[in-house]
Design a protein around this ligand. Structure first.
Ligand SMILES: [Zn+2]
Length: 163
């Protein structure tokens, strides 16, 4: 006769399921809801509705898309400013463009921590990024010191992300 699952029978089963999906350690769940850790593990493996796990994955993807959209926004602003700086030979505008590009890089660095390492790599190899890099270099041509500082910062970022 199969053993009854204490988690399935638990009045707070929905919350337990959610905690499992959220990645709360089994020990903490067991403690909080007064069930055995082994029961939580077995339940997670055999009874947790697949749909719940799927919904969680979908939420992760949505979050990734959101971050990527924000990175693209910074990126577009940086391109715009840098083009303008290049046309007008304007150091202040170039600096603002670089700030936008930096915000974009920082966001991507954060994404790298939260999401796949691959995403940062993909970005670094993307056409958009190569365009930004070239625009920055061109815009800073009259300012070799700033150019060198930026080149170093970028090199560091690339090394970190490709290591
Ligand atoms: Zn169960």
């Amino acid at each position: 006769m199969p053993r009854k699952c204490t988690v399935c029978a638990h009045p707070e089963r929905a919350e337990i399921d959610q905690a499992i999906v959220d990645g709360v350690p089994y020990r903490a769940i067991a403690c909080r809801y007064g069930v055995g850790r082994e029961a939580v593990r077995r339940h997670a493996k055999n009874h947790l509705p697949r749909t719940l796990v799927k919904a969680h994955e979908a939420a992760e993807v949505a979050r990734a898309d959101d971050l990527l959209a924000r990175a693209r926004e910074y990126e577009a602003r940086a391109v715009e400013l840098l083009k303008k700086a290049e046309e007008e030979n304007d150091y202040g505008t170039a600096l603002r463009g670089i700030r936008e590009a930096r915000a974009c890089l920082e966001l991507l660095a954060r994404m790298r921590g939260e999401l796949e390492h691959e995403m940062a790599i993909n970005f670094l190899e993307s056409k958009d990024w190569i365009t930004i890099r070239e625009l920055i270099a061109d815009a800073l041509k009259p300012y070799p010191e700033a150019r060198e500082a930026l080149r170093k910062a970028l090199l560091e970022f690339v090394e970190e992300n490709q290591g």
